[in-house]
Design a protein around this ligand. Structure first.
Ligand SMILES: Nc1ncnc2c1ncn2[C@@H]1O[C@H](COP(=O)(O)OP(=O)(O)OP(=O)(O)O)[C@@H](O)[C@H]1O
Ligand SMILES: [Mg+2]
Length: 359
């Protein structure tokens, strides 16, 4: 989406509201298959108030954090791809009759004007033609229409420019996640109905893919920040203390059971919201559809027994996404921590770094 063509390796830069993740992946083609290898990786936390509700407020803090990651992890490549998410991004799947390229461009503008809840002039619009589902009539084109608010794009591009990086493309979190899934779990991707759920600090991204075909994308305004805020209020403690409890770090003043109880209610709310999205998908068409596997990523995927809570609620096998399953990670050259405890944080960044560039 919103990209220029680029053949050299790129850095996937995931500017989250809790932390920034960066990864450079080298791609080679071996026997007609893409083979990926991580060459650089880095991560740093942001101050709490640097990005609030998806808007970069303290751009200096974000710029300095990006620069620091590049310096400390010795990134040489300055070409980056970032992604955006939340309600400034609208994704719609539409179906149009097959037509010539010029005609299609005109139709897209018309569709965008009628399908997107923001004034057309305030958005950047892009689209991708989806591969037709098996057995579908060829007369129609399934199109993924994407519109992003220009101010959101400017807000995120600015920090990249100020950090003196070369912004090659802007993607969307859910597309990056879908890509990370395809790269790392190609057999499941092609043969099953999968959901990938990235539970971050401010947003939970959901993508449902049916045997390789994108079905549904959603961003829910729920995540770790809300959990921490609720723990803080409920137990009358500081934000930092509440975050420690969320991460399972014991506190002297609060018994672990009390914290677990609040966390339990927050997980319940999160699962109820996700349930609505699943029901929307499963009730969408006449034929029976059932999600067969869930992959979790993001900071909250690390919560004690989060995968178990999903399995219990939905009765669907759930595992934590391993973005290095098919992306070779040489732990002799790179910090092993990223490959082990922190892997789930890199779903979006790996998806960005391994994306196919538009030609
Ligand atoms: N080990 C852990 N256990 C529980 N929660 C964690 C853990 N590590 C991080 N978190 C929580 O996960 C959240 C951060 O996740 P993540 O890095 O995926 O978010 P982000 O990408 O920065 O944010 P967003 O994409 O929503 O803007 C924070 O709320 C943090 O408190
Ligand atoms: Mg994130």
């Amino acid at each position: 989406m919103f990209g220029l063509s680029q053949d050299k390796g790129i850095v996937g830069l995931d500017i989250g509201s809790h932390s920034v993740k960066a990864i450079e992946v080298k791609a080679k083609t071996k026997k007609d298959r893409d083979v990926f290898e991580v060459s650089r990786i880095g991560y740093a936390l942001l101050p709490h108030d640097a990005i609030v509700e998806g808007t970069i407020i303290d751009s200096t803090a974000v710029v300095e954090t990006i620069k620091m990651i590049f310096d400390e992890s010795k990134f040489k490549n300055r070409n980056v791809v970032i992604s955006i998410s939340g309600n400034a991004v609208i994704i719609k799947k539409i179906s149009l009759p097959a037509m010539e390229k010029e005609e299609l461009a005109e139709s897209i503008v018309w569709e965008a004007k009628h399908n997107i809840p923001y004034p057309y002039e305030e958005t950047n619009v892009d689209y991708a033609i989806l591969k037709p589902p098996r057995g579908a009539p060829e007369k129609n084109l399934d199109i993924l229409l994407v519109a992003a608010k220009k101010d959101k794009i400017a807000n995120y591009s600015n920090v990249v420019n100020q950090a003196r990086k070369n912004l090659v493309a802007i993607d969307v979190d859910v597309f990056a996640l879908q890509n990370a899934l395809e790269v790392n779990y190609p057999e499941e991707f092609e043969s099953k109905i999968l959901a990938i759920i990235n539970i971050g600090a401010n947003i939970t991204n959901i993508a449902v893919v049916e045997r390789g075909n994108s079905q549904l994308f959603r961003d829910l305004s729920i995540g770790g920040f809300f959990f921490v805020e609720n723990i803080r209020k409920e137990l009358n403690i500081s934000f930092d203390e509440a975050e420690k409890l969320l991460k399972g770090i014991p506190s002297k003043s609060i018994p672990a059971e009390k914290a677990d109880e609040v966390i339990h209610f927050n997980i319940k709310d999160l699962l109820d919201e996700i349930d609505k999205t699943f029901s929307f998908y499963e009730a969408g068409e006449k034929r029976e559809k059932k999600i067969e596997r869930i992959y979790l990523s993001g900071g909250l995927a690390h919560l004690k027994n989060m995968a178990g809570a999903f399995e219990q609620k939905f009765n669907i096998r759930t595992e934590i996404l391993n973005p290095f399953r098919n992306v070779h990670y040489d732990e002799k050259k790179l910090e092993p921590l990223y490959q082990e405890e922190m892997a789930a944080l890199f779903g979006v960044a790996v998806g960005l770094a391994t994306r196919k560039m538009e030609k």
